[in-house]
Design a protein around this ligand. Structure first.
Ligand SMILES: Cc1cc2nc3c(=O)[nH]c(=O)nc-3n(C[C@H](O)[C@H](O)[C@H](O)COP(=O)(O)OP(=O)(O)OC[C@H]3O[C@@H](n4cnc5c(N)ncnc54)[C@H](O)[C@@H]3O)c2cc1C
Length: 393
């Protein structure tokens, strides 16, 4: 196994052997060709196949090898309907797989009095119909964790309904279900460019040949800008760093964060802690999957600095991943206005797990019914057009 093929994260390592090995014979085409085998691509392919459509998914490397297998697996649903986990639960039960989706609760510690005030305001304006959220004082946080917290933490925000998930198992389980519904999935196949035939048909040129496509879906994170250069001004790559410690005694039952996610961590079932964030320690503006040593050092020293008497540990793995941050913080789900029969599902930034399943379903429905936007107009890719943004000012 070369370095390129060695699983960079515990999630990917735990999901081996890969049920979708490359290379497999490339079909001549499909009604829909999805480019990208992360959560968004696999979710879209799943729903298209479930609706009876012919779909071919192309993944350049291995399934979940991008952000979907490099995140921390913290599943913190927001207030938008697409983050309601009812759809996820239904899919897991219908398809019969278990990606370790567990209700652990989530505690965010406030690193200053200002953030603590923001937490309290958020709790006060929380709609009654939403899942509960509580503001906890310093003592409440320490009691909940069963250990003292550093003096600079002013309090915390406790969400009992916070969840964790093993993200690579989610993607690969969903891919296996898609295959059962008729989707074809080809890994080790990088899409290079889109070619239009004289009769206006579409073909996708790949590293392993060319495939015919009725429609094309770009589900390739920041690589969407390779196919849609118009999006370069709107989608910015942001690099996240993560590390995994050696196994430790039980310390953190809930998913954890500082403030609004400047540092985030969870203790995995094997006792190791997976911790990410500390982006402010970076001295580089690279946004790729390489390690950023100052950020890695900050991650390594964070827990001993925040919790007195934190046990010694070794670092088992370090990795980086890229997030696709949009200019307005909302995802792009729908038809691309500058290209006929091309669609995009991207721009989820550092928060893609809760919306992933419903976003794919929304796009599949839009494609089927001829609607331009999946789920709601606010996600319309047309808003990324320069004229559109200027018109809004
Ligand atoms: C470090 C980090 C931590 C995160 N933590 C969390 C978290 O705790 N909770 C949360 O909800 N979200 C988190 N996120 C965000 C979440 O992981 C993403 O929003 C989500 O995984 C995006 O899924 P995706 O399918 O759009 O992208 P990806 O998973 O990146 O999938 C895109 C795929 O496209 C493939 N590809 C690219 N170009 C091509 C091409 N030309 N041809 C074929 N295939 C191609 C790539 O290889 C990749 O597999 C985190 C992200 C990172 C990077």
């Amino acid at each position: 196994m070369t370095d390129e093929e060695r699983p960079p994260t515990p999630w990917l390592a735990a999901s081996d052997p890969d049920p979708f090995p490359a290379p497999q014979e490339l079909p001549s085409g499909a009604d829909v060709v999805v480019i990208g085998g992360g959560l968004m691509g696999v979710s879209t392919a799943y729903w298209i196949a479930r609706r009876g459509g012919s779909v071919l998914l192309l993944e350049a490397r291995r399934l979940a090898w991008g952000a979907s297998g490099r995140n921390a697996g913290i599943f913190l649903a927001g207030l938008h309907a697409m983050e309601d986990d009812t759809v996820l639960r239904k899919v897991l039960s219908e398809e019969g797989f278990d990606p370790g989706y567990r209700r652990t609760g989530h505690l965010a510690l406030a690193s200053s009095a200002e953030v603590w005030e923001q937490f309290r305001a958020e709790v006060a304006r929380r709609p009654e119909t939403a899942t509960p959220l509580h503001a906890l004082g310093r003592k409440g946080c320490a009691d909940l964790l069963g250990m003292p917290i550093a003096p600079h933490f002013a309090g915390g925000r406790w969400m009992p309904d916070g969840h964790v998930i093993q993200p690579a198992l989610l993607v690969r389980g969903l891919a296996a279900a898609s295959r059962r519904h008729g989707a074809r999935i080809r890994t080790g196949t990088r899409a290079l460019r889109l070619v239009r035939d004289r009769d206006a048909g579409l073909r996708v040129r790949t590293t392993r040949g060319t495939v015919r496509a009725g429609h094309v879906v770009y589900a390739c994170n920041t690589e969407v800008t390779r196919f849609c250069p118009t999006l370069r001004r709107f989608v910015r790559p942001v690099r996240g760093q993560v590390l995994q410690t050696s196994a430790l005694p039980p310390l953190f039952a809930p998913g954890m964060a500082v403030d609004f996610g400047s540092v985030y961590w969870r203790q995995a079932p094997d006792g190791s802690i997976v911790i990410g964030g500390c982006r402010s320690a970076s001295t580089s503006d690279h946004a790729d999957e390489h390690l950023d040593p100052p950020v890695q050092e900050a991650l390594e020293s964070f827990l001993p600095g925040a919790f007195a008497g934190f046990p010694p540990f070794e670092v088992r793995r370090r990795w980086a991943g890229v997030m696709d941050q949009t200019a307005d913080g909302k995802p792009l789900i729908g038809a691309v206005p500058w290209g006929n029969r091309q669609w995009v599902i991207a721009g989820f930034g550092g928060h893609g797990l809760p919306p992933g399943i419903a976003a794919g379903r929304g796009l599949a429905e839009a494609m089927d019914t001829g609607r331009r936007t999946g789920l709601e107009p606010a996600f319309d890719p047309a808003r990324a057009l320069p004229g559109h943004q200027e018109g809004k000012r």
